[in-house]
Ligand binder design. Sequence first.
Ligand code: IPM
Ligand code: MG
Length: 361
Amino acid sequence: MKLNITCIPGDGIGPEIITEAKKVLNKTAAVYGHEITYKDILMGGASIDVHGVPLTDEAIADAKAADAVLMGSIGGNTTTSPWYQLPPEKRPEAGLLKIRKELNLFANLRPAVLYSELADACPLKKEISDQGFDMLIMRELTGGLYFGDRYTREENGVRKAVDTLTYDENEIRRIAIKGFDIAMKRRKKVTSVDKANVLDSSRLWRKVVEEVAQDYPEVTLEHMLVDNCAMQLVKDPAQFDVILTENMFGDILSDEASMVTGSIGMLASASLNDTKFGLYEPSHGSAPDIAGQDIANPIATVLSAAMMLRYSFDLDKEADAIENAVKNILSKGYRTADIISDGCTRVGCREMGDLLADEIK
Ligand code: IPM
Ligand code: MG
């Protein structure tokens, strides 16, 4: 198969982790007889430095022309980087929000799995981590508070800032359908997370999710308020299968879910539209404090590449091979700094990439 992939190395640790993901992809392609062509584009701070904007129209066109997009991470230190002196719409994050909108990537899948090998890195009590967990957060990605009208102005000498949170029923329905579809392939449980005791957008969310649920009689649906969900994630993560939620709640809960897996450096993600096209990126950020030191964990990006093979190319065997390579390397005791524990062998970003690539045979 010919795979035409656009890569966004981005900022911070982004270029390092993308290099390792390509290494693993190239080995997989060699073993299974595929041909990959890559085109790199600039986004975030890397694009600001060259073009003055976080994402150019040419870069968007290159992303659209690909079969799938693989991304590292974007952004810098928000207090010290000059990128954050720019107006908000010119900062690195604006590039990411723009590409999601331009490519209509409304469905963000963030699986959070506790690997038994990493149980020691899980910050929860042993009674809880012993039960393990395997959840998938289905986050709405192109609506809500992050895309609503916003302004800051002075009224009667008082500074005031406004952000608006809007959802229409079509936006809710299409993400709910994605959530239920994926639940059918998993343990058939959807926990829809909202703040329906306060927000109108959440009350509409709940209604539409219930309507969609009618078409999935085999799936158990429960509703949970977001504050309770934040608590349940650390109290009893094993109860969750698919968490279906809106943009901001999903942003926050997915960071929390990734932390209970032991490391945010392990969490992959896929952002999909209505076709096979998707953008794949680790759930973590650009970690500018450790950039360029060969200590970042490339696993989340490698697992994002596996998701890409699975969802955009239907290459399940190849995706399995990458996921198994990760498990094998962990069970052989190799760890990057973020997931190190007693008795394990510490390796850098490059060496982890080499080990994973060698494990694919
Ligand atoms: C994420 C990030 C982004 C988001 C930021 C960088 C805009 O936190 O992908 O979770 O909030 O979506
Ligand atoms: Mg986030």
